[in-house]
Design a protein around this ligand. Sequence first.
Ligand code: AHM
Ligand code: MG
Length: 326
Amino acid sequence: MSTTRSLYETLADFAVSTWGNNKDYDGLDAVIMALAEGARLVQSKVEAAALAGVLGSTGDINVQGEVVQILDTFASDAFVSVLKGSGRVAAIGCEEIEGTVVLGDGAGQDYIVQMDPLDGSSNIDVAISIGSIFGIWKRDPGEAIGDASLLRPGREQVAAVYTVYGSSTMMVLATRDGVQGFTLNRPEKMFQLTHPDIRIPDEVSCYSTNEGNFNTLDGATQMAVLALRESYSLRYVGSLVADFHRNLLKGGIFMYPGNPGSPEGKLRLMYESNPLAFVAEQAGGAASSGEQRILDIQPERPHQRTPLIIGNRDAVEQTVAIMKGG
Ligand code: AHM
Ligand code: MG
């Protein structure tokens, strides 16, 4: 870390020093700090999950038709609570909640947050890295908050954040000023800037995809996977946030394509693909649905899915070209 950067020791200092006088980011520091506080709460719950008896499912099925884990609900409640407490958020869209969480459109409630509060649910019970993902949009001046407030294209995000609860806990923050990585210093209860100005390396080291789905893919997508197989090592955690994080730091490409039986694939546009696409682009990478730039998709439904090909720009472009029959 350079001497200059070491001045920005905590996330709070970083936010204030970066956006302190910039009206476009007014209040964003409070939103980011709320997410940091929520991440701390979720990390400690995840770490002690088996001891606290909070592993396993609630017995409910969420709006996606998926089994809800106890920790999914804890994380969702925790992040809604801290975002509400920030006083800066007007509305939240959440993987675990069918409708819009309207917090209000009072003075200062300028932000709209879309979140996957606990990504990688299938890995919760087996001590494998999981995380949280957030896209942050600014409310239009005077906009009345409702369901339509959530349907904004990803390119309009002002910031995106993800956390990884792994061998260390990290929070990665992207704004239009670049991408910064913070590591949780647990004893001090703060996130410290440890990965300033993240750029995805030019060299691709690995590809990440669910190879078990190979036989379900159309011919052109199979060709794209075969090309990746020939060039790179396979690394697949099965937690999007962990696979993306590794590829961001080491160089790589992740893909979760659609298939003829499920053309939209699995991942959700608003709180999985859009925030990570924003991070990828800010770090010099790219993200595509196979047909268009992820950030240009006009959303139609809050929980809609999209195929996702994300990572190094060249690798994404080559993969998409093959998928298109090139
Ligand atoms: P979740 O948000 O319910 O955890 O589901 C999304 C997860 C991603 O983290 C991961 O990339 C994907 O599902 C893995 O799916 P699969 O098991 O089909 O490979
Ligand atoms: Mg998820």
